[in-house]
Design a protein around this ligand. Structure first.
Ligand code: SF4
Length: 240
């Protein structure tokens, strides 16, 4: 895919906020950050859920989608791969049982949006949208839950706020709530959405977007925690 500096999405902004060199590495130079066991498992589970939402009825469908969607990247041994595979299967089984006891009307999964913002186009893909009452919808992002999540994380999430604007501007939907579905719980952490925060959210997008466009590389992130630290020429932690 050709790099388009005027197309922005949450992942690009997050990469830039983490480290401008990470953004340049992944999106400008088109080099890919290596998968870790946790990122690889997260991708496999997301792919399985997306396929299940599109075409699935019961637990056996979900586990069959998981088997098909499994990405065997980032694992150092076959045993490690098998341990993570089983862990993902357990997470999906628990999610399915939770869903049976907490019925929801899902109207979209893996829903793409795009809206203009100044000179940019903001794009994204939303894991799931459920119908609430009174003409409102709930925007849901699946998280594996390797790091704990709180309602404060939800209400302060730039990703969810950007996606809420996407639902409103691109799909003309009224967002009543935003949520992380923490799969390892399983637990849905949902908070009411306040549309009056839109301008503030776009302000948080516009600042880094201008710097990304100018390729402002005047700072570095935390190399010791960076997924590209072994490959990045700017790394201060190549040996760790
Ligand atoms: S290794 Fe350091 S400089 Fe390189 S992308 Fe990561 S955080 Fe930035």
């Amino acid at each position: 895919m050709i790099f388009d500096p005027l197309e922005i999405n949450y992942s690009k902004i997050k990469a830039y906020l983490d480290c401008p060199f990470l953004y340049r590495y992944i999106y400008v130079e088109r080099k890919f950050a290596p998968q870790t066991p946790f990122s690889s498992l997260g991708l496999s589970v997301h792919r399985a859920l997306a396929r299940y939402h599109a075409a699935g009825k019961d637990l056996s469908d979900l586990l069959a989608h998981y088997e098909d969607a499994w990405l065997n990247y980032g694992y150092s041994t076959a045993q490690e791969s098998m341990e993570f595979y089983n862990r993902g299967a357990g997470v999906l089984e628990n999610w399915w049982l939770y869903s049976q006891n907490n019925r929801a009307e899902t109207i979209y999964s893996e829903k793409k949006f795009e809206f203009p913002f100044g000179k940019w186009r903001v794009k994204g893909t939303i894991d799931r949208v459920d119908r609430l009452g009174a003409g409102l919808v709930e925007l849901i992002d699946y998280k594996m839950g390797f790091e704990g999540k709180t309602s404060k994380d939800v209400s302060s999430s730039l990703q969810l706020s950007m996606y809420a604007i996407g639902l409103s501007r691109a799909l003309n939907l009224k967002v009543g709530a935003i949520a992380y579905f923490v799969l390892s719980g399983p637990e849905k952490i949902s908070v009411p959405y306040d549309p009056s925060t839109e301008e503030a959210t776009l302000g948080l997008v516009g600042g880094p977007a201008e710097k990304m466009l100018a390729l402002d590389m005047s700072r570095k992130g935390e190399c010791s925690r960076c997924p590209t630290r072994k490959f990045c020429p700017e790394s201060l932690a190549r040996e760790s």
